[in-house]
Design a protein around this ligand. Structure first.
Ligand code: 5GP
Ligand code: ZN
Length: 136
């Protein structure tokens, strides 16, 4: 399979590596949203977080917290965003699962945002029920 993140995760293509263990390689994003923007790459190919499996997903979120804290200690970040784009409509461009850890600074130079909408009580109730029925 011709997957760029498989090649990076397994060392075939060099990258600016922040951390590595048996399960993950953590690299700096080539087009960072902010200084220290990292990508957690699982070493085993999965298309997105829906294919990740509980063990690796759990370890990935723990690692994301550690990396975010490290960016605060090392770079002076005052917060961080952790996110995984899943599917084209959500902005996923590389289809090897990765988790973004984006340090945030008080100058608000990086953005991860949406426009808050309005909620309707009945619609919210119905929506919560619909989703709940489909959790597998
Ligand atoms: P997505 O849009 O799929 O959530 O995120 C893909 C991310 O991977 C983007 O932020 C993009 O800048 C980064 N990226 C794409 N190709 C490469 C690469 O070859 N090396 C590195 N370090 N980052 C990459
Ligand atoms: Zn891959």
């Amino acid at each position: 399979m011709d997957c760029i993140f498989c090649k990076i995760a397994n060392g075939e293509i060099p990258s600016d590596t922040v951390f590595e263990d048996d399960n993950f390689k953590v690299i700096l994003d080539l087009s960072p949203a902010s200084k220290g923007h990292m990508l957690i790459l699982p070493k085993t190919h999965a298309r997105d977080i829906t294919e990740l499996g509980e063990d690796i997903a759990g370890k990935a979120i723990v690692l994301a917290a550690k990396l975010g804290k490290a960016s605060m200690a090392a770079l002076g970040a005052t917060g961080f965003n952790t996110l995984a784009n899943t599917g084209e409509s959500a902005g996923q461009t590389v289809f090897h699962c990765h988790i973004h850890v984006i340090p945030r600074y008080d100058d608000a130079s990086s953005i991860v945002s949406w426009v808050p909408g309005q909620s309707d009580k009945e619609v919210q109730k119905e929506t919560a029920k619909k989703i709940a029925e489909c959790i597998r």
